[in-house]
Ligand binder design. Structure first.
Ligand SMILES: Cc1ncc(COP(=O)(O)O)c(C=O)c1O
Length: 628
């Protein structure tokens, strides 16, 4: 690797956010390390893509790495086990995975498989999620925690599942829900396992601030809590109330917020115990964050703690509070979703083409040039490192004046095209000086010059949080990292929506509005990877412009440097997405056929062209929604 050029780490900060899983290899390709076999060499990600392509699995693609999921499940369970052992805590850790964070069968099945040895359970926030949970054989001690607003059907199924050995906990969200539960379980004659959701008053900082504190949507205040306890006592069901759920939030950036909130949850737990509630489990919900940017700080897309530190803080805080109150240590439950599943998936797509915001050459002067065009062209003669800002100012001034003249009809389209080309040439000269003479041109200025790389994906389908809540994910080119990235670009998706664009990127020295990229190679694909997209992105996405699910491949990294393709899920076909929006694909074929036949009858189309037209229509309807 050329030592004089900045390394991929210095540009993209891969070593900061890559978690020793995503690395830059000497050959300039992104490599995947196997955390279950850390001494093994990384496996080239473009190599995996080439191999999958040969097998007929093409980009755009969501690549799930099973070893990463297994690693995170072991990590959270082992971090809690270590903390419990270190401080001689007397309860257990009984984590549950919140199905809403990634409901895909391939993910849930692996979570259940890898989690069995830890009695790892599932959290269901709706009837469909409970149906998923009950279709899996969990460990004997594992919990199914049912959150969210529940109707009689939901409560019946959760209660009846106790009969076949599931530890299904119905978490009461309100006094009204307590009434429904009392009614249903009396009718069924089955003892339920109950929980109560307690609203913490502690407001937690970060992007999901509003999911905590007084105004959060779920959980009961003290008054409602007392009402529920009295109702259960009166109904003879208080002995079934075993779990207190106090959801901390999501992506909590500051570990001291975790401590404060856990302390408050413990106050409720000790008071409920004093009220005579036989609690055995304290559920602290979600909140364990992911360091998307690698900054290791309490900022929106980062966290100032490790998983080990989080687990230690939780265990120590609970132990301290329970010992002070003279109460048995409860089993600790967390519903960590993001931290368990985010790292295991990456979105891969190819760049289709580029709109460049510069031009290698300027047109020559012409006699009939407007004098402002001559002024613009003259800048090419005095542009230099020392006068860069002045040239920038002049170029923008003349270009804007010329645009105004064009709008008023004083110069024609050809003259305007010459002016734009000269301007773009000046911009390329400015960019060259900025890159190679180390002249400081502000990030803001560079951003107005960044290219648009048109990429084969839909932001709305595959990265909904990037669109909706400005979530940051690490993104890098997957190849050529041993060459200087000679351009800067924003990434535009394939939907025809101006919102379908990524223009905030994690770089080594902070967040930038453009990404360093390479001039697109002539005859080879240029792949981009978006990392840590395993949480929330897969089912929140929508069908904007009717781009459907991408292909999905689940792989396992082998110790010998290869990989196994565990599962392939083909992306949606056009016919499938049409049916999601209530079109019957057969009706569409029939309607098109009628128009073709009418055209033949009227003589506008030759009979032999019928096959061609119908073939094209059918091929499309059966094809992938993305660029092939
Ligand atoms: C009740 C509940 N549990 C668990 C989670 C998962 O949170 P996270 O993904 O931050 O771990 C959420 C998400 O907000 C939630 O609402």
């Amino acid at each position: 690797m050329n030592k004089t050029l900045p390394t991929p780490h210095e540009i993209y900060g891969i070593d900061k956010w890559g978690k020793d899983l995503i690395v830059a290899m000497d050959n300039g390709e992104i490599g995947l390390k196997n955390p279950l076999n850390p001494s093994a060499a990384p496996i080239s990600l473009p190599g995996i893509l080439r191999d999958l392509d040969d097998r007929g699995v093409h980009v755009p693609m969501l690549l799930r790495v099973s070893s990463y999921l297994e690693n995170e499940i072991s990590h959270i369970n082992e971090c809690f086990a270590e903390a419990i052992q270190r401080v001689a805590y007397k309860g257990n850790y009984r984590g549950v995975f919140p199905i809403k964070v990634n409901q895909q069968a391939q993910v849930i099945e692996r979570i259940v498989e890898f989690g069995k040895r830890y009695s790892y359970g599932l959290e269901a926030g709706s009837k469909p999620e409970l149906v998923i949970a009950l279709a899996h054989r969990l460990g004997r001690e594992a919990l199914i925690v049912c959150n969210g607003i529940k109707d009689e059907e939901f409560i019946s199924l959760a209660t009846l599942s106790r009969k076949i050995g599931f530890n299904t906990v119905i978490v009461l969200e309100s006094p009204k829900e307590a009434d429904t539960v009392i009614k249903v379980v009396k009718e069924l004659g089955v003892e339920p396992m109950l929980g109560v959701r307690v609203k913490l008053t502690n407001q937690i900082s970060g992007k999901w601030e509003k999911s905590s504190g007084d105004r959060s949507a779920f959980g009961m205040n003290t008054d409602q809590l007392i009402a529920v306890i009295d109702k259960l006592r009166d109904a003879g069901l208080l002995h079934c109330l075993k779990l207190q759920h106090s959801h901390l939030g999501s992506q909590v950036p500051d570990v001291n917020d975790v401590r404060r909130a856990v302390s408050e949850a413990c106050r409720f737990y000790t008071e409920l115990t004093r009220e005579g509630v036989p609690l055995t489990h304290l559920d602290l919900g979600g909140g364990l964050g992911v360091d998307y940017t690698g900054e290791k700080s309490a900022t929106e897309s980062s966290i100032n703690y490790t998983m080990r530190e989080y687990c230690t803080n939780v265990v120590e805080t609970v132990q301290y509070a329970m010992d002070a109150a003279g109460i048995d240590h409860p089993d600790i439950v967390t519903e960590s979703g993001r931290a368990v599943v985010a790292t295991s998936s990456m979105l891969i797509f190819n760049v289709l083409e580029a709109t460049l915001y510069d031009a290698p050459t300027a047109p020559k002067a012409e006699a009939e040039d407007h004098h402002l065009i001559s002024d613009l062209l003259a800048i090419t003669e005095y542009i230099s490192a020392e006068r860069l800002q002045e040239c920038w100012n002049d170029a923008n001034f003349y270009r804007n004046e010329l645009r105004a003249l064009f709008h008023r009809g004083y110069i024609d389209l050809r003259q305007m095209a010459r002016a734009e080309r000269i301007y773009l040439h000046l911009m390329s000269r400015i960019k060259q000086h900025a890159a190679f003479d180390n002249i400081s041109v502000s990030d803001e200025q560079l951003n107005t010059l960044s290219d648009i790389y048109h990429c084969n994906f839909s932001l709305f389908q595959s990265l909904p949080d990037v669109w909706a809540i400005d979530q940051l994910h690490p993104m890098v080119p997957l190849q050529m990292l041993n060459q200087h990235p000679d351009r800067r670009a924003v990434l535009s998706d394939i939907t025809c929506d101006s919102d379908g664009k990524v223009d905030r990127f994690i770089l080594a020295d902070g967040i930038s509005h453009s990404l360093p990229v390479h001039t697109l190679p002539e005859n080879e694909p240029y792949y981009m990877g978006v990392f840590f997209v395993g949480a929330y992105q897969e089912t929140l996405g929508d069908l904007h412009n009717l781009f459907g699910d991408t292909n999905v491949a689940t792989i396992d990294l082998r110790a010998d440097g290869g990989f196994d393709l565990l599962h392939e899920q083909e992306g949606d076909t056009i016919s499938e997405v049409l049916s999601y929006v209530e079109f019957d694909p057969q009706d569409c074929v029939a309607a098109f056929r009628r128009m073709v036949d009418e055209a033949i009858s009227s003589g506008a189309l030759k009979s032999k062209d019928r096959k061609l037209l119908m073939g094209a229509y059918r091929d499309s309807i059966n094809g992938y929604t993305y660029y092939e």
